[in-house]
Design a protein around this ligand. Structure first.
Ligand SMILES: [Zn+2]
Length: 126
């Protein structure tokens, strides 16, 4: 899949006001409200009142984002957090988390999390 980076509109195409956050991923908001959307539709239906015809084209764009943004999005979703923890558990059960230097920092982060959740188990590892 080709990934395109496209700037997201920051203001309403009708009134110039701020846009609310997107309701769905990959769906860019153009109007700040149903009223602005309806007003724009009405304007498009009566081209005689405007010197230029405006055509709005919506398209789905997959936007790249960094790992920090991924982590932020995961942290907002209990289901995504559970999936990450399941994968870490799978790595721990396979011994990968304990033996591979690549996984040392995540292992220490998991241990710190366990220490916070269960302070009495401090010192017990895996
Ligand atoms: Zn608006």
């Amino acid at each position: 899949m080709q990934t395109l980076s496209v700037g997201v509109p920051e203001s309403c195409a009708a009134c110039g006001g701020p846009l609310p956050p997107p309701a769905q991923l990959c769906r860019t908001r153009i109007w700040c409200s149903d009223r602005c959307r309806r007003d724009a539709y009405t304007r498009r239906q009566s081209p005689a009142q405007s010197a230029a015809e405006v055509r709005v084209v919506e398209r789905v764009v997959v936007q790249e984002h960094g790992l920090a943004e991924c982590a932020h999005r995961v942290a907002l979703s209990p289901v995504a957090c559970m999936n990450v923890l399941r994968e870490l558990r799978r790595l721990a059960e396979a011994g990968t988390l304990q033996s591979s230097p690549k996984w040392q920092r995540p292992r220490l982060a998991v241990e710190a999390l366990v220490d916070v959740l269960h302070p009495t188990s401090r010192g017990r590892r895996w």
